[in-house]
Design a protein around this ligand. Structure first.
Ligand SMILES: [Zn+2]
Length: 238
C-alpha cells in the first residue's frame, strides 16, 4: 500500500509563527488552529489500515474539525458517505459544517445554531424564518406560531443534557458499526465521551485523530496527533 503524502502541508506543521506567510492556508484560519507535531508515515499507515478494515465507520467530530475547515484539500465527509464507508456521523459542533457538506446520516448532538426549537410543542424551524418574523415585530423573540410557546436556539449548552431519545438513537447506530473514528475532539464533554465508553464495552476498535490528548486516549488503539484536514485528505476511503 502506498500513501500519497502531502509533504507541502506536513512541512508546515512545526513552522514558526513568523513564517506563516508562506502557508497555503487562508489567512485567519491557521491563527486559531493549534500547531500539531509532524505526522509520521507510520501513524498514517496505521490509520490507513484502520480505515481499510472498517466497513461501517462511526465518526464523531468536534471543534477541531470546524476551526480548520478552510484547508483547501480537505476531503468533505459528504464524499466519504457516498463511498459507503461512513455508517453514521455524530458531531458536537453546532455550525452545520456537515449538513452543508451534504451529509445525510448525521446526528448534531448539541443541536444547530441555524435552527430554533419551541419549548412548548417541540417544533423546529430555521433561524432565518424567525428573523423574517422578527423584522415586523416589537423588540423581543416572537412566540411559536403553532402553539404560542417560547422559542430558543436549538443548541445544547454546557450543563444542558442531550435529549434521551437522541442519545438512544446514536447508541443504536454505534452498535451497528464496526469501527469508531474521533476527528477533532478532545471528548471533554460527557455527551460525546459516553459513546467511546460504549464502544470500549462492545470491543469496537477506536482511532483518534486530534491535536493534543483526549479523555478517551486510554480506550483507543491509537491516536494520531495532527490536523484532520491534513490526514483525511491522504487517507483512501476504500
Ligand atoms: Zn410550539
Amino acid at each position: 500500500m502506498r500513501l500519497r503524502l502531502p509533504w507541502r502541508h506536513l512541512a508546515l506543521c512545526g513552522v514558526a509563527p513568523g513564517r506563516r506567510a508562506t502557508s497555503s492556508v487562508p489567512a485567519g484560519v491557521q491563527s486559531f488552529v493549534p500547531a500539531s507535531s509532524t505526522i509520521d508515515a507510520h501513524a498514517l499507515e496505521r490509520l490507513q489500515a484502520f480505515f481499510s478494515r472498517a466497513t461501517r465507520l462511526f465518526v464523531i467530530t468536534g471543534a477541531g474539525l470546524s476551526t480548520e475547515s478552510g484547508i483547501p484539500d480537505y476531503r468533505s465527509d459528504g464524499q466519504w458517505e457516498k463511498q459507503g464507508k461512513v455508517h453514521w456521523l455524530v458531531t458536537q459542533n453546532v455550525d452545520a459544517l456537515h449538513s452543508k457538506a451534504g451529509h445525510q446520516g448525521l446526528t448534531e448532538l448539541h443541536g444547530c445554531a441555524h435552527r430554533v426549537l419551541c419549548l412548548g410543542c417541540g417544533a423546529m424551524s430555521a433561524r432565518e424564518e424567525l428573523q423574517k418574523r422578527f423584522a415586523g415585530l416589537n423588540p423581543g423573540v416572537p412566540p411559536c406560531k403553532d402553539c404560542g410557546g417560547i422559542l430558543k436556539q436549538d443548541v445544547t449548552f454546557f450543563g444542558d443534557t442531550v435529549n434521551r431519545g437522541t442519545v438512544q438513537f446514536v447508541h443504536e447506530r454505534l452498535v451497528e458499526s464496526d469501527a469508531v473514528l474521533v476527528a477533532g475532539s478532545s471528548l471533554q464533554v460527557y455527551s460525546g465521551y459516553r459513546f467511546l465508553l460504549a464502544a470500549a464495552d462492545q470491543k469496537i476498535p477506536v482511532a483518534i485523530l486530534n491535536i493534543g490528548p483526549t479523555s478517551a486516549d486510554h480506550l483507543t488503539e491509537f491516536r494520531v496527533s495532527a490536523r484532520c484536514g491534513e490526514v483525511l485528505s491522504v487517507i483512501q476511503p476504500h
